[in-house]
Design a protein around this ligand. Sequence first.
Ligand code: M6R
Length: 370
Amino acid sequence: EKGGWDSFMDKEIHEDPAAVQRTLLGRFDKNGDLNLDEVHIDEHDFKAIDKIIVIACGTASYAGLVAKYAIEHWVRIPVEVELAHEFRYRDPILTPRTLVVAISQSGETMDTLMALRHAREQGSKVLAICNTQGASIPRESDAVLYTHAGPEVAVASTKAFVAQITAAYVLGLYLAQIKGTMFRDEIHQILSGLKDMPRKIQWVLDTQAETIQKAAESMVDANSFLFLGRHVGYPVALEGALKLKEIAYTFTEGFAAGELKHGPIALVDEGEPVVFIVPPERGRNVLHAKVISGIEEVKARGAYIIAVAEEGDKDVENYADVVFWRPKCPTLMSPLVDVVPLQLFAMDMAKLKNYDVDKPRNLAKSVTVE
Ligand code: M6R
Protein backbone atom coordinates (compact mmCIF):
# COMPACT_ATOMS: atom_id res chain seq x y z
CA GLU A 1 0.00 0.00 0.00
CA LYS A 2 2.93 2.30 0.64
CA GLY A 3 3.89 1.96 -3.00
CA GLY A 4 7.58 1.38 -2.30
CA TRP A 5 7.93 4.20 0.26
CA ASP A 6 8.91 3.30 3.79
CA SER A 7 6.13 5.33 5.36
CA PHE A 8 2.75 6.70 4.35
CA MET A 9 3.98 10.17 5.17
CA ASP A 10 6.80 9.81 2.66
CA LYS A 11 4.38 8.56 0.02
CA GLU A 12 1.87 11.29 0.73
CA ILE A 13 4.41 14.13 0.62
CA HIS A 14 5.44 12.83 -2.80
CA GLU A 15 1.79 13.01 -3.80
CA ASP A 16 1.67 16.78 -3.14
CA PRO A 17 1.96 17.63 -6.87
CA ALA A 18 -0.77 15.17 -7.84
CA ALA A 19 -3.03 16.43 -5.02
CA VAL A 20 -2.94 19.95 -6.43
CA GLN A 21 -3.36 18.76 -9.99
CA ARG A 22 -6.31 16.48 -9.24
CA THR A 23 -8.05 19.16 -7.19
CA LEU A 24 -8.02 21.42 -10.26
CA LEU A 25 -9.37 18.76 -12.61
CA GLY A 26 -12.85 19.18 -14.02
CA ARG A 27 -13.34 22.67 -12.61
CA PHE A 28 -13.15 24.57 -15.90
CA ASP A 29 -15.56 25.03 -18.78
CA LYS A 30 -14.44 24.91 -22.41
CA ASN A 31 -13.52 28.62 -22.34
CA GLY A 32 -11.19 28.15 -19.40
CA ASP A 33 -13.57 29.86 -16.95
CA LEU A 34 -14.24 28.24 -13.60
CA ASN A 35 -17.36 26.15 -13.33
CA LEU A 36 -18.60 25.14 -9.89
CA ASP A 37 -21.99 23.68 -10.84
CA GLU A 38 -21.04 20.58 -8.83
CA VAL A 39 -21.20 22.68 -5.67
CA HIS A 40 -24.97 23.28 -6.01
CA ILE A 41 -25.11 26.80 -4.65
CA ASP A 42 -26.84 28.93 -7.23
CA GLU A 43 -25.01 31.85 -8.75
CA HIS A 44 -27.46 34.32 -7.27
CA ASP A 45 -26.72 33.13 -3.70
CA PHE A 46 -22.99 33.14 -4.37
CA LYS A 47 -23.16 36.72 -5.66
CA ALA A 48 -24.90 37.87 -2.48
CA ILE A 49 -22.13 36.63 -0.17
CA ASP A 50 -20.57 39.54 1.68
CA LYS A 51 -18.40 37.71 4.21
CA ILE A 52 -16.66 34.37 4.57
CA ILE A 53 -15.87 32.63 7.83
CA VAL A 54 -13.56 29.65 7.61
CA ILE A 55 -13.93 27.12 10.41
CA ALA A 56 -11.33 24.38 10.77
CA CYS A 57 -8.74 22.87 13.12
CA GLY A 58 -4.99 22.30 12.92
CA THR A 59 -3.51 22.09 9.45
CA ALA A 60 -6.87 22.76 7.80
CA SER A 61 -7.12 26.06 9.68
CA TYR A 62 -3.70 27.10 8.32
CA ALA A 63 -4.90 26.34 4.78
CA GLY A 64 -7.82 28.66 5.59
CA LEU A 65 -5.44 31.36 6.78
CA VAL A 66 -3.49 31.17 3.51
CA ALA A 67 -6.77 31.47 1.61
CA LYS A 68 -7.75 34.56 3.60
CA TYR A 69 -4.86 36.55 2.12
CA ALA A 70 -5.78 35.50 -1.41
CA ILE A 71 -9.57 35.75 -1.23
CA GLU A 72 -9.65 39.16 0.45
CA HIS A 73 -7.29 40.43 -2.25
CA TRP A 74 -9.26 38.91 -5.13
CA VAL A 75 -12.86 39.24 -3.98
CA ARG A 76 -12.70 42.26 -1.64
CA ILE A 77 -14.90 40.71 1.03
CA PRO A 78 -13.76 40.03 4.60
CA VAL A 79 -12.57 36.51 5.35
CA GLU A 80 -12.28 35.44 8.97
CA VAL A 81 -10.54 32.24 9.97
CA GLU A 82 -11.66 30.73 13.20
CA LEU A 83 -10.65 27.61 15.04
CA ALA A 84 -13.82 25.54 15.00
CA HIS A 85 -13.67 24.83 18.75
CA GLU A 86 -13.62 28.54 19.55
CA PHE A 87 -16.26 29.53 17.03
CA ARG A 88 -19.47 28.32 18.53
CA TYR A 89 -18.73 29.39 22.07
CA ARG A 90 -18.33 33.06 21.29
CA ASP A 91 -21.64 34.09 19.73
CA PRO A 92 -20.30 34.73 16.21
CA ILE A 93 -22.06 37.19 13.92
CA LEU A 94 -23.68 35.21 11.13
CA THR A 95 -26.17 36.35 8.52
CA PRO A 96 -27.73 34.62 5.50
CA ARG A 97 -25.13 36.45 3.40
CA THR A 98 -22.23 34.92 5.35
CA LEU A 99 -20.69 31.89 3.71
CA VAL A 100 -19.18 29.55 6.26
CA VAL A 101 -16.45 27.37 4.78
CA ALA A 102 -15.67 24.24 6.81
CA ILE A 103 -12.29 22.81 5.84
CA SER A 104 -11.58 19.22 6.88
CA GLN A 105 -9.50 16.43 5.41
CA SER A 106 -11.34 13.63 7.21
CA GLY A 107 -14.76 15.23 7.27
CA GLU A 108 -15.22 13.73 10.74
CA THR A 109 -13.60 16.29 13.04
CA MET A 110 -16.16 16.77 15.79
CA ASP A 111 -15.14 20.36 16.63
CA THR A 112 -15.66 21.37 13.00
CA LEU A 113 -18.91 19.43 12.70
CA MET A 114 -20.38 21.10 15.81
CA ALA A 115 -19.33 24.53 14.55
CA LEU A 116 -20.97 23.97 11.17
CA ARG A 117 -24.20 22.83 12.82
CA HIS A 118 -24.17 26.03 14.83
CA ALA A 119 -23.64 28.14 11.68
CA ARG A 120 -26.54 26.46 9.88
CA GLU A 121 -28.83 26.91 12.88
CA GLN A 122 -28.07 30.64 12.68
CA GLY A 123 -29.15 30.70 9.04
CA SER A 124 -25.78 30.75 7.25
CA LYS A 125 -24.91 28.54 4.31
CA VAL A 126 -22.04 26.14 4.88
CA LEU A 127 -19.72 24.94 2.14
CA ALA A 128 -17.39 22.08 3.04
CA ILE A 129 -13.92 21.68 1.56
CA CYS A 130 -13.33 18.04 2.28
CA ASN A 131 -11.15 15.14 1.16
CA THR A 132 -13.45 12.29 2.14
CA GLN A 133 -16.51 11.49 0.04
CA GLY A 134 -19.71 11.12 2.04
CA ALA A 135 -18.19 11.94 5.46
CA SER A 136 -20.29 13.68 8.14
CA ILE A 137 -19.07 17.23 7.40
CA PRO A 138 -19.91 17.18 3.67
CA ARG A 139 -23.17 15.33 4.40
CA GLU A 140 -24.32 18.02 6.81
CA SER A 141 -23.20 20.99 4.69
CA ASP A 142 -25.24 22.89 2.10
CA ALA A 143 -22.55 22.37 -0.51
CA VAL A 144 -19.25 20.55 -0.97
CA LEU A 145 -16.08 21.25 -2.88
CA TYR A 146 -14.04 18.07 -2.70
CA THR A 147 -10.27 18.06 -2.59
CA HIS A 148 -9.00 15.13 -4.61
CA ALA A 149 -5.80 14.42 -2.70
CA GLY A 150 -6.64 10.72 -2.38
CA PRO A 151 -6.84 8.96 1.00
CA GLU A 152 -4.44 10.38 3.59
CA VAL A 153 -3.24 7.74 6.04
CA ALA A 154 -0.37 9.34 7.97
CA VAL A 155 -1.58 11.29 11.00
CA ALA A 156 0.44 14.34 9.96
CA SER A 157 -1.51 16.05 7.21
CA THR A 158 0.56 16.82 4.10
CA LYS A 159 -0.99 16.44 0.67
CA ALA A 160 -4.40 17.43 2.07
CA PHE A 161 -2.96 20.84 3.02
CA VAL A 162 -1.89 21.74 -0.53
CA ALA A 163 -5.17 20.38 -1.89
CA GLN A 164 -7.14 22.50 0.62
CA ILE A 165 -5.33 25.66 -0.45
CA THR A 166 -5.98 24.77 -4.08
CA ALA A 167 -9.71 24.22 -3.48
CA ALA A 168 -10.03 27.44 -1.46
CA TYR A 169 -8.27 29.34 -4.27
CA VAL A 170 -10.69 27.83 -6.80
CA LEU A 171 -13.56 29.03 -4.62
CA GLY A 172 -12.03 32.53 -4.30
CA LEU A 173 -11.37 32.89 -8.01
CA TYR A 174 -14.85 31.64 -8.81
CA LEU A 175 -16.32 34.31 -6.51
CA ALA A 176 -14.13 36.92 -8.22
CA GLN A 177 -15.39 35.68 -11.59
CA ILE A 178 -19.09 35.88 -10.76
CA LYS A 179 -18.88 39.04 -8.69
CA GLY A 180 -16.72 40.69 -11.35
CA THR A 181 -14.09 41.90 -8.89
CA MET A 182 -11.29 41.06 -11.34
CA PHE A 183 -10.86 41.10 -15.10
CA ARG A 184 -11.31 37.76 -16.79
CA ASP A 185 -7.74 37.86 -18.15
CA GLU A 186 -6.38 38.45 -14.69
CA ILE A 187 -8.27 35.44 -13.32
CA HIS A 188 -7.02 33.30 -16.21
CA GLN A 189 -3.47 34.40 -15.52
CA ILE A 190 -3.72 33.46 -11.85
CA LEU A 191 -5.27 30.13 -12.78
CA SER A 192 -2.45 29.39 -15.15
CA GLY A 193 -0.01 30.15 -12.32
CA LEU A 194 -1.95 27.70 -10.15
CA LYS A 195 -1.82 25.03 -12.85
CA ASP A 196 1.97 25.41 -12.94
CA MET A 197 2.35 24.62 -9.25
CA PRO A 198 2.44 20.79 -9.44
CA ARG A 199 5.53 21.07 -11.64
CA LYS A 200 7.17 23.48 -9.20
CA ILE A 201 6.40 21.29 -6.19
CA GLN A 202 7.91 18.38 -8.09
CA TRP A 203 11.05 20.44 -8.62
CA VAL A 204 11.38 20.89 -4.85
CA LEU A 205 10.95 17.16 -4.28
CA ASP A 206 13.50 16.33 -6.98
CA THR A 207 16.20 18.84 -6.10
CA GLN A 208 15.96 19.79 -2.40
CA ALA A 209 15.63 16.42 -0.64
CA GLU A 210 19.34 15.97 -0.05
CA THR A 211 19.86 19.43 1.44
CA ILE A 212 16.86 18.86 3.70
CA GLN A 213 18.10 15.47 4.87
CA LYS A 214 21.53 16.93 5.69
CA ALA A 215 19.94 19.83 7.54
CA ALA A 216 17.88 17.39 9.62
CA GLU A 217 21.02 15.38 10.44
CA SER A 218 22.82 18.48 11.64
CA MET A 219 19.90 19.69 13.77
CA VAL A 220 18.55 16.45 15.16
CA ASP A 221 19.60 17.33 18.71
CA ALA A 222 18.12 20.83 18.75
CA ASN A 223 15.67 21.32 21.62
CA SER A 224 13.49 23.94 20.03
CA PHE A 225 12.81 25.74 16.77
CA LEU A 226 11.20 29.04 15.90
CA PHE A 227 9.33 29.41 12.60
CA LEU A 228 8.70 32.86 11.17
CA GLY A 229 6.92 34.21 8.14
CA ARG A 230 4.92 37.17 6.94
CA HIS A 231 1.83 37.45 4.77
CA VAL A 232 1.14 33.97 3.31
CA GLY A 233 4.46 32.88 4.78
CA TYR A 234 2.94 33.27 8.24
CA PRO A 235 0.51 30.33 8.04
CA VAL A 236 3.26 28.32 6.35
CA ALA A 237 5.45 29.00 9.41
CA LEU A 238 2.62 27.83 11.68
CA GLU A 239 2.21 24.66 9.63
CA GLY A 240 5.96 23.94 9.55
CA ALA A 241 6.06 24.32 13.33
CA LEU A 242 3.06 22.02 13.79
CA LYS A 243 4.60 19.29 11.62
CA LEU A 244 7.80 19.28 13.61
CA LYS A 245 6.14 19.19 17.03
CA GLU A 246 3.61 16.61 15.93
CA ILE A 247 5.97 13.93 14.62
CA ALA A 248 9.46 14.83 15.89
CA TYR A 249 8.21 15.88 19.37
CA THR A 250 10.36 18.98 19.21
CA PHE A 251 9.22 22.13 20.91
CA THR A 252 8.43 24.66 18.18
CA GLU A 253 6.72 27.95 17.91
CA GLY A 254 5.50 29.59 14.74
CA PHE A 255 4.63 33.25 14.59
CA ALA A 256 4.39 36.28 12.35
CA ALA A 257 7.87 37.64 11.67
CA GLY A 258 6.72 41.17 12.49
CA GLU A 259 6.11 40.05 16.08
CA LEU A 260 9.80 39.33 16.70
CA LYS A 261 10.52 42.66 18.32
CA HIS A 262 7.30 42.53 20.31
CA GLY A 263 8.59 39.69 22.44
CA PRO A 264 9.79 36.48 20.82
CA ILE A 265 13.26 37.82 19.99
CA ALA A 266 14.01 37.42 23.69
CA LEU A 267 14.06 33.67 23.05
CA VAL A 268 16.86 33.91 20.52
CA ASP A 269 20.18 32.82 21.86
CA GLU A 270 23.45 31.48 20.44
CA GLY A 271 22.73 28.53 18.15
CA GLU A 272 18.90 28.70 18.34
CA PRO A 273 17.53 27.36 15.03
CA VAL A 274 15.17 29.83 13.39
CA VAL A 275 13.30 28.99 10.20
CA PHE A 276 12.33 31.92 7.98
CA ILE A 277 9.86 31.76 5.11
CA VAL A 278 11.22 34.46 2.81
CA PRO A 279 8.75 35.95 0.32
CA PRO A 280 9.64 36.20 -3.37
CA GLU A 281 11.74 39.24 -4.23
CA ARG A 282 9.46 40.46 -6.98
CA GLY A 283 6.08 42.06 -6.41
CA ARG A 284 6.11 42.39 -2.66
CA ASN A 285 9.55 43.85 -2.26
CA VAL A 286 8.67 45.65 0.94
CA LEU A 287 7.90 42.40 2.70
CA HIS A 288 11.03 40.75 1.34
CA ALA A 289 13.18 43.52 2.80
CA LYS A 290 11.36 43.29 6.13
CA VAL A 291 11.89 39.55 6.44
CA ILE A 292 15.56 39.98 5.55
CA SER A 293 15.93 42.54 8.31
CA GLY A 294 14.33 40.05 10.71
CA ILE A 295 16.98 37.54 9.64
CA GLU A 296 19.73 40.09 10.28
CA GLU A 297 18.40 40.77 13.76
CA VAL A 298 18.33 37.16 14.90
CA LYS A 299 21.60 36.40 13.13
CA ALA A 300 23.24 39.18 15.15
CA ARG A 301 22.15 37.28 18.26
CA GLY A 302 23.83 34.10 17.12
CA ALA A 303 20.80 32.23 15.72
CA TYR A 304 21.22 29.41 13.23
CA ILE A 305 19.22 30.45 10.16
CA ILE A 306 17.27 28.07 7.98
CA ALA A 307 15.49 29.81 5.11
CA VAL A 308 12.92 28.82 2.55
CA ALA A 309 13.56 31.27 -0.28
CA GLU A 310 13.39 31.92 -3.99
CA GLU A 311 16.17 30.55 -6.16
CA GLY A 312 18.89 33.13 -6.63
CA ASP A 313 17.96 35.27 -3.61
CA LYS A 314 21.32 36.87 -2.84
CA ASP A 315 20.34 38.36 0.52
CA VAL A 316 19.34 34.96 1.76
CA GLU A 317 22.53 33.42 0.41
CA ASN A 318 24.50 35.92 2.47
CA TYR A 319 22.78 35.35 5.78
CA ALA A 320 21.31 31.87 5.93
CA ASP A 321 23.16 28.81 7.22
CA VAL A 322 20.89 26.48 5.25
CA VAL A 323 18.52 27.29 2.39
CA PHE A 324 15.66 25.24 0.98
CA TRP A 325 15.10 26.76 -2.44
CA ARG A 326 11.79 27.40 -4.15
CA PRO A 327 11.44 27.99 -7.88
CA LYS A 328 10.15 31.41 -8.89
CA CYS A 329 6.40 31.74 -8.48
CA PRO A 330 3.80 34.40 -7.61
CA THR A 331 3.65 35.28 -3.90
CA LEU A 332 0.13 33.91 -3.42
CA MET A 333 1.21 30.58 -4.90
CA SER A 334 4.33 30.27 -2.75
CA PRO A 335 2.68 28.42 0.19
CA LEU A 336 2.02 25.47 -2.11
CA VAL A 337 5.75 24.97 -2.55
CA ASP A 338 7.09 26.38 0.70
CA VAL A 339 5.36 23.88 2.91
CA VAL A 340 6.91 20.93 1.07
CA PRO A 341 10.50 21.23 2.41
CA LEU A 342 9.05 21.73 5.89
CA GLN A 343 7.04 18.52 5.59
CA LEU A 344 10.18 16.67 4.48
CA PHE A 345 12.27 18.26 7.20
CA ALA A 346 9.86 17.19 9.95
CA MET A 347 9.70 13.67 8.53
CA ASP A 348 13.49 13.37 8.27
CA MET A 349 13.91 14.61 11.84
CA ALA A 350 11.35 12.11 13.16
CA LYS A 351 12.97 9.24 11.27
CA LEU A 352 16.41 10.16 12.58
CA LYS A 353 14.98 9.93 16.09
CA ASN A 354 13.43 6.57 15.23
CA TYR A 355 9.87 7.72 15.76
CA ASP A 356 6.92 6.25 13.92
CA VAL A 357 6.21 9.08 11.47
CA ASP A 358 2.82 7.72 10.47
CA LYS A 359 1.48 7.23 13.98
CA PRO A 360 2.85 9.84 16.34
CA ARG A 361 2.21 9.35 20.04
CA ASN A 362 -1.00 10.67 21.61
CA LEU A 363 -2.63 11.55 18.29
CA ALA A 364 -5.43 10.15 16.14
CA LYS A 365 -5.92 10.72 12.43
CA SER A 366 -9.34 12.20 12.96
CA VAL A 367 -10.43 13.75 16.19
CA THR A 368 -13.99 12.58 16.59
CA VAL A 369 -14.52 13.89 20.11
CA GLU A 370 -14.99 17.49 21.15
O1 M6R B 1 -9.53 15.94 9.29
P1 M6R B 1 -9.34 17.39 9.60
O2 M6R B 1 -8.74 18.13 8.44
O3 M6R B 1 -10.61 18.06 10.06
O4 M6R B 1 -8.33 17.44 10.79
C1 M6R B 1 -8.00 18.66 11.40
C2 M6R B 1 -6.77 18.49 12.30
O5 M6R B 1 -7.04 17.58 13.33
C3 M6R B 1 -5.56 18.01 11.52
O6 M6R B 1 -5.24 18.86 10.46
C4 M6R B 1 -4.33 17.90 12.43
O7 M6R B 1 -3.93 19.16 12.87
C5 M6R B 1 -3.21 17.16 11.71
N1 M6R B 1 -2.81 16.00 12.46
C6 M6R B 1 -2.02 18.02 11.44
O8 M6R B 1 -1.01 17.35 10.77
